[in-house]
Design a binder for this molecule. Structure first.
Ligand code: C2E
Ligand code: MG
Ligand code: MG
Length: 328
C-alpha cells in the first residue's frame, strides 16, 4: 500500500478479480473501523473506498485512479447533500449607478465533518467527474430561490445568480426541473440567472447556446462568468446570447493604474453595451477600483470592498430589522 496524496492511499491487488477485490476492501474497512490508541488516547477514523478493475475500468494506472476517485467522492458528496453538509453562502452585488445592493450570488460550501469548511475549488471538479454535480446544482438553486423568497418577505427582493457547470448542460432533466421549480416554488421576485464561465462555454458552445436559449424562454437569465480569460470569440458571445457579462477579477485587480487592465475593462464594457448585455465587475477590493469602474460605465459590482460571501443566516441578518431595545 502506498500514500497517494493528502489522506489517500492506494492498494494494488495483482491477479485478483471483483470478488477478490471486494473481500480485500472489506478487510481494510473492518480494520480501519477498530479504534486505535496513540499516546494513550483512543482514535477512530472514518474512510471511504473505491474499487477500479483492470482493464474494465481503465487501461492504465491514471485511468484506474480517476475511476477510484469518482466512486469514492461520488459516495461522499451524495451523502453530504443528503446529510445537510452543503451550505449556500451569498455574496452581495451592487448596482453601480445607485450604490444599492440589488443581487446575491450563491456560492456553495461543503462543511465536511473531517476536513472542515471546503471551498468549491476543492470539490466541484470531483462532483463533475462523479456526476454528483447534477444533484449539487439543483440543491444550490433550490436553496437560493427559497432564501430569496424569505428576503422578499423582509422587503428586500434581490436578483439571484447561481453557478452552472458545463456538465449540467448534458443533464436532460435540468430544464424540466427548473420549469417545475418555477411553477411550484416560483422564481425569485427580482429574477434568477445562471452563470457559466467563459472557458466552460468554450468546451461546449453548442450545448451552452441551446440551454441558455431555453433558459431565456423560461424567463431565466444567464451570465458569462470570468469573462476575458477564456479566449472566446466575438461570434461565441453573439451565439450564446447571455444577458450578463462578468469581468474577471484579474482585470479589476490592476485598476485604476494598470493601463492594459484599464484598456481591457473599457473594451469589455463597450462590447457588453453594444450587445445589450449588463456588465458586472468581479473582485472589487478597493474604493479606487470601484470609482474607476463607475466612471467607465460598469452596471454592477461585487467584491470584498462591499462584502465577502457570508452564510445565509448572516446575509439575511443584514436585512432583518434590528431587534427593538428592551424597555424597562
Ligand atoms: P465565481 O462564480 O467567479 O465566484 C467568485 C469567487 O471569487 C468566489 O470564490 C468569491 O468568494 C471570490 N471573490 C469574490 N469577491 C472577491 C474579491 O474581492 N477578491 C477575491 N480575491 N475573491 C473574491 P468561491 O466561493 O471560492 O468560488 C469559486 C468558484 O467556484 C466560483 O467562481 C464558481 O465558478 C465556482 N462555484 C461556486 N459555487 C458553485 C456552485 O454552486 N456550482 C458550481 N458549478 N460552481 C460553483
Ligand atoms: Mg459566478
Ligand atoms: Mg467569476
Amino acid at each position: 500500500m502506498s500514500l497517494l496524496a493528502g489522506r489517500r492511499f492506494v492498494l494494488l491487488a495483482q491477479r485478483s478479480d471483483a470478488t477478490g477485490a471486494e473481500a480485500a476492501a472489506r478487510r481494510v474497512m473492518e480494520a480501519l473501523q477498530r479504534p486505535f490508541t496513540l499516546d494513550g488516547m483512543s482514535f477512530t477514523v472514518t474512510a471511504s473506498l473505491g474499487i477500479a478493475l483492470h482493464p474494465a475500468d481503465g487501461g492504465n494506472l491514471d485511468e484506474l485512479l480517476r475511476g477510484i476517485d469518482a466512486v469514492a467522492n461520488d459516495f461522499e458528496l451524495r451523502t453530504a447533500i443528503a446529510d445537510g453538509q452543503l451550505e449556500v453562502w451569498y455574496q452581495p452585488g451592487l448596482d453601480a449607478h445607485t450604490g444599492q445592493l440589488n443581487c446575491m450570488e450563491a456560492l456553495v460550501r461543503w462543511n465536511h465533518p473531517q476536513h472542515g469548511l471546503l471551498l468549491p475549488g476543492e470539490f466541484i471538479e470531483l462532483a463533475e467527474i462523479s456526476g454528483a454535480i447534477d444533484d449539487l446544482t439543483q440543491w444550490v438553486i433550490d436553496r437560493a430561490v427559497r432564501d430569496s423568497h424569505r428576503l422578499s418577505a423582509l422587503g428586500r427582493p434581490l436578483l439571484v445568480s447561481c453557478n452552472l457547470s458545463v456538465r449540467n448542460l448534458h443533464d436532460r432533466l435540468l430544464l424540466e426541473w427548473l420549469d417545475e421549480l418555477a411553477t411550484t416554488v416560483g422564481l425569485p421576485d427580482s429574477g434568477l440567472y445562471l452563470e457559466l464561465t467563459e472557458s466552460q462555454i468554450m468546451e461546449d458552445p453548442a450545448g451552452a447556446s441551446h440551454v441558455l436559449t431555453r433558459l431565456a424562454e423560461m424567463g431565466i437569465g444567464s451570465a458569462v462568468d470570468d469573462f476575458g480569460t477564456g479566449y472566446s470569440s466575438l461570434s461565441m458571445l453573439l451565439h450564446v446570447r447571455a444577458s450578463v457579462l462578468k469581468i474577471d477579477r484579474s482585470f479589476v485587480d490592476g485598476l485604476p493604474h494598470d493601463t492594459e487592465d484599464h484598456a481591457i475593462v473599457t473594451t469589455i464594457i463597450t462590447l457588453a453595451a453594444a450587445l445589450g448585455m449588463t456588465v458586472t465587475a468581479e473582485g472589487i477590493e478597493t474604493e479606487e477600483q470601484a470609482d474607476a469602474l463607475i466612471a467607465l460605465g460598469c452596471d454592477r459590482g461585487q467584491g470584498w470592498r462591499y462584502s465577502k460571501a457570508v452564510p445565509a443566516t448572516d446575509f439575511e441578518a443584514m436585512f432583518s430589522p434590528a431587534p427593538a431595545h428592551p424597555t424597562g
